[in-house]
Design a protein around this ligand. Structure first.
Ligand SMILES: Nc1ncnc2c1ncn2[C@@H]1O[C@H](COP(=O)(O)OP(=O)(O)OP(=O)(O)O)[C@@H](O)[C@H]1O
Length: 260
């Protein structure tokens, strides 16, 4: 059997920012990051605040340029935001004057699909995210969890090959968060999208990931890459109380904290 193709290739990537208020000074926010992400793989980026997780995700998704190195998605150098990706942010970033359905129509605009295909795409994603009964709601009428579902439905509307998620669940209460984690895992398993998640939560990283990329600070770089060997799709019920899961979790936490 041939090796799975790399979907995202991150080759010796670095990023500098200017120090605010100090024009002449710049600092290295991400330094020489180099790894591949396989087709259909779920990767979490974890690490202390300021280690460059969001910067790396934004470079992967073409929102900001790299300073050194190169990133390719499906073999194509990332220059600007590719059409084949979806993005879910910490804040759902829905247009508040548009309903859930209208937000999804807006996301699909660039595809210039005929109206019946737009309707079919939206219906499928509303069902996938359990939002069938909320298509006509404005974001302000939805709970935080429902808003994140709507943000996900909008990201999925275009059938992305690659999904980037930046702490999408961090503002939610623990119960809503777990429920949504479970649903997102099922959805992503179903569509097979390659996914990169930024999270601060080691349990969340273990729950979702095929591999966890642990980053360290000063400068932001990859400290270790940890395989998560448990079969997917996972459920919280299965993972809870499993000593192997606890061992892996502690191992990852130890790397994050610089203990080993
Ligand atoms: N646009 C910017 N201009 C200047 N400095 C920036 C900019 N964006 C990020 N930084 C700095 O770069 C470093 C990495 O930031 P980044 O947001 O990527 O880290 P992070 O690991 O995602 O942090 P957190 O976990 O707190 O979200 C930080 O020191 C941050 O202050």
């Amino acid at each position: 059997m041939s090796a799975p193709t790399a979907c995202i290739e991150i080759e010796h990537v670095s990023k500098r920012y200017q120090r605010p208020g100090r024009k002449a000074e710049s600092f290295l926010a991400v330094s020489d990051v180099h790894f591949d992400i396989r087709q259909g793989e779920f990767i979490s980026l974890i690490g202390a605040s300021g280690c460059g997780k969001t910067t790396l995700l934004r470079m992967m998704s073409g929102l900001i340029p790299v300073d050194d190195g190169q990133i390719r998605i499906n073999g194509n150098p990332v220059q600007g935001v590719p059409g084949s990706i979806g993005f879910v942010f910490q804040e759902p970033a829905l247009l508040p004057w548009k309903t859930v359905r209208e937000n999804m129509v807006f996301a699909l605009k660039a595809k210039e699909l005929p109206p019946d295909e737009v309707d079919a795409a939206i219906a499928a994603k509303l069902e996938m995210t359990s939002l069938q009964d909320f298509a006509g709601y404005f974001p302000s009428a939805l709970s935080g969890g429902m808003q994140q579902r709507a943000g996900l439905a909008r990201a999925l509307a275009c059938d992305p090959d690659v999904l980037f998620m930046d702490e999408p669940l961090s503002a939610l209460d623990a119960f809503t968060r777990r429920r949504l984690q479970q649903d997102i895992a099922t959805i992503i398993e179903g569509i097979g999208a390659t996914t990169v998640l930024v999270t601060h939560d080691v349990d969340e990283a273990v729950f979702f990931s095929d591999r966890i990329v642990v980053m360290g600070t000063s400068p932001g770089s990859v400290r270790d890459v940890v395989e998560v060997p448990f079969p997917t799709p996972r459920t919280h019920a299965e993972l809870l109380g499993d000593p192997e899961v606890a061992k892996l979790r502690d191992h990852v936490l130890g790397i994050v904290l610089g203990l080993h």
